[in-house]
Write a protein that binds this ligand. Structure first.
Ligand code: NAG
Ligand code: NAG
Ligand code: NAG
Ligand code: NAG
Ligand code: NAG
Ligand code: NAG
Ligand code: NAG
Length: 521
């Protein structure tokens, strides 16, 4: 400690010469009980409806990535999805409440057009039947657990008194035709979701909470009718919008047991994609923590009113209006994204859907080349290493070091993620397994790690540039193989008795294979 202080003061005096210093941190992991649980497929990514002429801030970042245009023959896209085996995908977004399906009585199938009076500046659009077949063939081949977002405004009318309030009952006919066809073809649907961002204040449109509860109850009836076998029946999710206490409480109180399986809400806590301070926000732990109250509120509301359901983040892109052009697809965005995954897990969220798998500036895959961005690899490591039981973890070091611990997904032990948002401090982290249920006083480690190995995955940006699209794993760039496969991601095996070195501006996943954790047994 003294040596470190001395080093630090020399550092301050000779600040020209001292670029970085290191700090010892003791991480305390409570291993007796878990504090929350996620779904086995917590990682989820979205696909959206945006046409190529969706533009923000003088830029049109969706290109051919909307679901009606997306090249489903692309090898990288298929390999990127297959690597998750399976990947949870939510298909939905702003234009979802303007899509009709070419099934049943709906035979005409117009495409989205720019339209000034239309919601989000577009006309109605349509999902052609043959496109639905192509989508399902592709998802079947690549292994996708699909959430499909249905149009909730069909049958409703704009009210007189409030220009964005829509009134009247949901007309289920078109959705029923789609569902009948989908079930008859044996296409797998993990869940149906109703509407997009119509809750609370709404965005372009809104529905009152009691009306929405009535509509989603109808969706439950449709699903039960078309999927009589309860074992394989899709889940029902909603409201897929922004949290507001009054609206959510009322909606949940007006749904009967068994209607809703997942309570989905959306997060855009970083503000507008055009914001020039976006790069600072994603590295600022004090800013990033502010959204925690929303996760807690949703989790509490679900526990109080619909304890049979699970809270989900149904869509989260960080920065809205397609993300930040120079930030959202780069290494630095991982500080926000992986911290969000950790944070929502501790608040008992089942799933976290990242906007977007492809499209916009915030995609896991590059919109034009399909080459995975750094967050793609972060998501994949999370999916492979972090199991569904969440453990409590704390330390007294710098707030710029974030840490989350889960039972390992496979092979036993505990997985930890360490996020160092500091560009100047590195950390030497030793991990203590705290067996004490009742006090915070640190007791002895349970496992003698001498001679044992642990697995480490160090993620750093190429050339130390946090705005790089290329991420290094243990010092080597992650890039597709010659046959365009996702590269293997091998851990470094490190003597388990030494501290974990966490460089400044880096993210480290660690699997402690020999960590005795009763909560993970
Ligand atoms: C942290 O670990 C590195 C490498 O093992 C070592 O050089 C450094 O002195 C350590 N720092 C502290 C503060 O213990
Ligand atoms: C994709 O592949 C299918 C079958 O291999 C083919 O029929 C279709 O034309 C291809 N589409 C494009 C856009 O290349
Ligand atoms: C793909 O479709 C076949 C035939 O319907 C089915 O047996 C299989 O389980 C499906 N696979 C996935 C991953 O959905
Ligand atoms: C329901 O689905 C499960 C899983 O596919 C199957 O084992 C079971 O036989 C089905 N039940 C009925 C009544 O068809
Ligand atoms: C896609 O890659 C190009 C070329 O490297 C880059 O200029 C662009 O910013 C990337 N876009 C996204 C959204 O990843
Ligand atoms: C570290 O971050 C601060 C604040 O964002 C910045 O002013 C500084 O230039 C950065 N230092 C390095 C070495 O990147
Ligand atoms: C304590 C510390 O090193 N803080 C720095 C962490 O990194 C952020 C972003 O790079 C800086 O803004 C802090 O000054």
């Amino acid at each position: 400690m003294d040596a470190k202080r001395a080093f630090l003061s020399i550092c301050i005096v000779l600040s020209l010469f001292c670029i970085s210093y290191s700090e010892d941190v003791k991480l305390n992991v409570k291993v007796v009980t878990s504090i929350a649980r996620t779904d086995d497929n917590f990682i989820c990514a979205t696909l959206d409806w945006w046409p190529s002429d969706k533009c923000d801030y003088g830029q049109c970042p969706w290109e051919q990535a909307g679901i009606l245009n997306l090249d489903l023959n692309n090898t990288i896209l298929a390999n990127a999805i297959k690597a998750f085996s399976p990947l949870r995908i939510r298909l939905g977004g702003s234009l979802q409440d303007q899509v009709v399906y070419q099934f049943g009585r709906t035979t005409k199938c117009p495409q989205f057009q720019k339209e000034e009076d239309g919601l989000f500046g577009f006309s109605l659009g349509c999902l052609p039947q043959d496109r639905w077949d192509q989508i399902h063939n592709f998802f079947n081949k690549t292994g996708v657990k699909l959430t499909f977002g249905l149009n909730a405004l069909i049958g409703k009318k704009k009210s007189q008194e409030d220009p964005i309030l829509w009134k009247g009952d949901w007309n289920t006919l078109n959705a029923a035709s789609l569902m009948a066809y989908t079930a008859s073809k044996g296409y797998k649907i993990d869940s149906y979701e109703l509407g997009n961002e119509l809750s609370a204040e709404g965005v372009s449109a809104r529905i009152e909470s009691v009306q929405y509860a009535k509509d989603i109850t109808k969706l439950r009836q449709l699903v039960n009718f078309f999927y009589p076998n309860a074992t394989t029946r899709p889940k029902v999710l909603g409201p897929a919008g922004f949290y507001g206490k009054e609206w959510f409480d009322s909606f949940l109180q007006h749904t009967a047991p068994g209607v809703v399986d997942g309570v989905t809400h959306h997060i855009y806590n970083l503000g507008a994609g055009v914001d020039s301070t976006l790069i600072n926000k994603v590295q600022d732990p004090f800013f990033l923590s502010q959204v925690a109250q929303t996760f807690k509120d949703v989790s509490t509301a679900v526990k109080d009113f619909t304890p049979w359901a699970q809270p989900w983040v149904g869509e989260s892109g960080g920065a809205f209006n397609s993300g930040g052009k120079d930030v959202s697809h780069t290494f630095v965005n991982g500080f926000w994204y992986l911290d969000q995954l950790g944070m929502t897990s501790t608040f008992n969220h089942g799933v976290y859907c990242r906007q977007a798998l492809i499209g916009g500036n915030y995609a896991l895959l590059n919109t034009t080349s399909f080459i995975p961005n750094p967050d793609y690899y972060g998501a994949l490591l999370w999916h492979r290493l972090m199991g569904s039981n969440v453990l409590s973890v704390s330390h007294e070091g710098s707030p710029y070091l974030r840490a989350y611990a889960h039972c390992a997904k496979q092979g036993g032990g505990v997985s930890v993620i360490l996020i160092n948002m500091s560009n100047s401090t590195s950390f030497n982290v030793s991990i203590n397994a705290d067996m004490n249920l009742y006090t915070d006083q640190v007791s002895d480690s349970v496992a003698d790690e001498t001679g044992k190995k642990r697995e480490e995955y160090h993620l750093t940006p190429k050339d130390g540039n946090v705005q790089s699209d290329v991420v290094l794993l243990n010092g080597n760039p992650l890039k597709l193989t010659q046959s365009l496969e996702i590269p293997e991601m091998k851990p470094a095996l490190v003597d388990a008795s030494s501290p974990i070195r966490v460089a400044s501006d880096s993210i480290v996943f660690v699997r402690l294979t020999n960590f005795g954790a009763p909560a993970c047994a």
